[in-house]
Design a protein around this ligand. Structure first.
Ligand code: MLT
Ligand code: ZN
Length: 482
């Protein structure tokens, strides 16, 4: 969906004044705002898909207050939009006249149990704080995404966030042991179990993960922790061609004893964009190549083996002609410099020209074919479109993002978004792929839900929604096509 198309009109607010007063009383002073200036950052998403509106943002401090807010709204039939760090990429947490329920003030780490390898947290705890708290107890929480300094656990659960370490540790769905959820009728489901095995009927927690707040408000979570990697080795390599990315993945997983924790691939145009718009970015290799990979290998033993195995594995890939040039970071500063290229590409792509995003998943081995075909298809659709295909190749997630042809007006490019989406997603579908790998649906991909998910799937989703939220009060207009 283009920015122009996605910018939805706000539904008129019909929240009774008496309810507003009740909500203020529930959350108390400092727990709400209706000031347009205060609200401004919570009403627009960072991609620029939507500008929203709300009569009030409430910021409860605990699960009881969330439940009271939900009950009060349910009694008056008033809809609610939950929001964590507002870092999503599909405008799924932007209200359009509903009550905005921010989980930010629920930011307590409830418990860390190093022996159980678990951490139990409020939904509003920022991801980086979970990572730091785990590290303090010599444990590791592996979810790693660009917004980790501001996204919240509730948001990452509700969107089933992915990122750069999914290859090794899975996505958020794989990292959650238990959940606490406030249901649309105000009841609290306490599913905060920290069990690795629990076959007691339907796995309810999975319904709420990836549901983007349409079935319940996640208020707490028990997360899995892992042994803390003490040796991390990072390399920036040029690969022979796109097909070499899959050979590289296969070789590295075996040669490092499956210690590969990230494999990110990016094209030369991505490095060029990073260099052009971020003066701190340095090109790590002296000659230019069409495709690059960032490789991270990590181990929990401080015996020098992690770095040694990466060096040996890279030497083998060079002998085989998979890798054509490489540099291994020799200091923390060099590690940061390598990852900065990746970050700068994402943050600056839209400065190089209007951007149209595609968060696609295909089977890992199909990524090169998908990229070649999708590149040709968008070129046919809008000649001159610059394809910037990068992403988490270790798990099959290609960010097939597009940059407007040089000299093309941004609005004119945005107006072609539906055609470009169709071209890209149809090809992904041919490979059994997904049009929403890790960013979710929000309001941005409703048309694709209709086109690519089967009637049976949509019917089942609607039925779950109707059981849990019969009045349609939780995050209306998101995830499910109208
Ligand atoms: C990333 O992997 O950095 C993001 O998911 C890319 C994006 O926002 O398109
Ligand atoms: Zn990503």
């Amino acid at each position: 969906m283009s920015v122009a198309e996605a910018g939805t009109k706000d539904r008129p607010s019909s929240v009774p004044t008496a309810l507003i007063d009740e909500l203020r009383t529930i959350v108390g002073d400092g727990g709400w705002t209706s000031d347009p200036l205060d609200l401004e950052p919570y009403l627009r998403d960072w991609v620029g898909y939507a500008e929203g509106a709300t009569p009030i943002m409430v910021m409860p401090r605990d699960t009881g207050e969330v439940a009271a807010v939900v009950k009060a709204c349910a009694a008056d039939g008033v809809p609610i939009v939950p929001q964590g760090g507002n870092t999503g990429s599909v405008a799924g947490a932007i209200p359009h006249g509903e009550v905005l329920l921010s989980l930010r003030r629920m930011n307590c780490i409830r418990e860390i149990d190093a022996a159980d390898y678990t951490i139990t947290v409020d939904a509003g705890v920022v991801l980086a704080e979970v990572q730091a708290a785990a590290a303090e107890r010599d444990r590791f929480f592996p979810l790693s995404i660009g917004s980790e300094g501001s996204c919240t656990i509730g948001g990452t659960v509700s969107t089933n966030a992915g990122g750069t370490a999914v290859l090794r540790y899975g996505n958020m769905r794989d990292l959650v042991l238990g959940l606490e959820v406030v249901l649309p009728d105000g009841r609290i489901w306490d599913g905060l179990r920290r069990l690795r095995k629990d076959n007691t009927g339907y796995a309810l927690k999975h319904l709420f993960m990836g549901a983007e707040g349409t079935l319940g408000v996640v208020t707490g979570a028990v997360l899995r922790l892992f042994p803390r990697p003490v040796e991390v080795s990072t390399a920036f390599v040029a690969i022979r061609d796109l097909d070499a990315s899959i050979e590289l993945l296969s070789h590295l997983r075996t040669a490092t004893g499956d210690a590969l924790s990230s494999l990110e691939v990016m094209p030369r145009i991505g490095v060029d964009i990073a260099l052009e718009f971020d003066p701190e970015v340095i090109d790590p290799l002296s000659t230019q190549h069409d495709w690059y990979a960032i490789i991270e290998v990590s181990g929990t033993k401080a015996d020098g083996q992690t770095g040694a195995s990466l060096e040996a594995a890279l030497a083998e890939t060079m002998e085989k002609g998979i890798v054509v040039d490489a540099t291994i970071a020799a200091s923390e500063a060099q590690v940061k410099a390598i990852w900065r290229i990746r970050k700068a590409l994402v943050l600056n792509l839209s400065k190089a020209g209007a951007e149209i995003k595609h968060d696609v998943a295909v089977p890992v081995s199909k990524q090169p074919d998908f990229i070649r075909r999708a590149t040709a298809a968008v070129e046919r659709t809008v000649p001159g479109t610059r394809s910037v295909a990068y992403g988490h190749f270790g798990d099959g997630n290609v960010h097939f993002n597009l940059c407007a042809p040089r000299g093309m007006d941004a609005t004119a490019f945005s107006e072609r978004a539906s055609d470009l989406h169709r071209a890209v997603y149809d090809i992904a579908a041919e490979y059994g792929g997904s049009f929403a790998a890790e960013h979710g649906i929000g309001i941005v991909k409703l048309a694709e839900m209709e086109r690519y998910r089967s009637p049976v799937e949509i019917d089942l989703m609607r039925r779950f929604k109707a059981i849990l939220d019969p009045s349609g009060l939780f995050n209306p207009g998101k995830v499910l096509p109208p």
